[in-house]
Design a protein around this ligand. Structure first.
Ligand code: ADP
Length: 223
């Protein structure tokens, strides 16, 4: 524990150490949180025992096993079993049964996600679908990065459009013309800085823009 400066480390149980769950567990531990990683497969547990501090072999559909491990007392539990829909649903049910408060669960399809919510998952994530959408924006558009939040609001990383070069952000009037807000700007090798009306846009600058998804898409298309 403790490679970061966080004041508060959470205790998180991560169930299912496939590609997604493994990445979640390692990332949480790197952020300084206390992680208990669980998988039913011995070879998977062996593999992660070199990278993670606490890895145990257990069947997460067994209430007895989950109780023994104290999984119900963790601040958050992540159910990262995706392909085995039955095991993922039964795991969430078991966790609710033993009193787990906050359960994050990975879903493969919309129906799978609905079932997970019905049986008590507090947050359902669709990593494949979300990453697919994101990559689609990067492949077909001119965005260098893209993240969409609820209700069609997005943040995008784009090149500064030619029409803005040599002007200050205030002078470019990008907000009124395109309905987006430039929140960060970066000149070649320098760090990102917060965008100010007085910030000068230079050839080749990178922008972080925020706005409704369709507007950020339109804006990126002119860059
Ligand atoms: P990914 O697509 O992210 O690789 P998978 O769904 O293929 O995810 O991987 C899920 C992991 O969950 C596997 O390592 C598997 O052994 C584990 N798993 C599946 N069912 C259970 C269970 N009942 N208890 C604990 N671990 C499980």
């Amino acid at each position: 524990m403790g490679r970061s400066n966080r004041k508060h480390a959470d205790a998180v149980a991560v169930i299912g150490l496939g590609r997604f769950g493994g990445a979640v567990a390692v990332s949480l531990e790197n952020q300084g949180h206390e992680v208990l990683a669980i998988d039913e497969r011995d070879d998977v547990v062996q593999r992660f025992s070199e990278t993670l501090t606490h890895v145990v072999q257990a069947d997460s559909t067994s209430a007895t096993a989950m109780k023994q491990l104290g999984v119900g007392e963790f601040d958050h539990v992540v159910v990262a079993i995706g392909t085995g829909v039955e095991a993922s649903v039964l795991t969430v049910l078991t966790l609710k049964e033993i009193g787990a408060q906050e359960v994050w669960a990975k879903a493969i399809t919309a129906k799978h996600g609905e079932i997970l919510s019905l049986v008590g998952a507090s947050h359902v994530v669709y990593p494949e679908a979300e990453m697919g959408q994101r990559v689609a924006h990067l492949v077909t558009g001119k965005m260098m990065d893209f993240i969409e939040f609820d209700h069609g609001f997005a943040l995008a990383k784009t090149r500064a459009p030619q029409e803005a070069v040599g002007k200050t952000l205030g002078e470019t009037k990008l907000r009124s013309r395109y309905g987006i807000t430039v929140v960060g700007i970066k000149t070649s090798e320098e760090e990102f800085t917060y965008a100010q009306p007085s910030t000068m846009v230079r050839e080749g600058d990178t922008l972080i823009v925020a706005g409704p998804t369709t507007k950020t898409e339109t804006f990126a298309s002119i860059t």
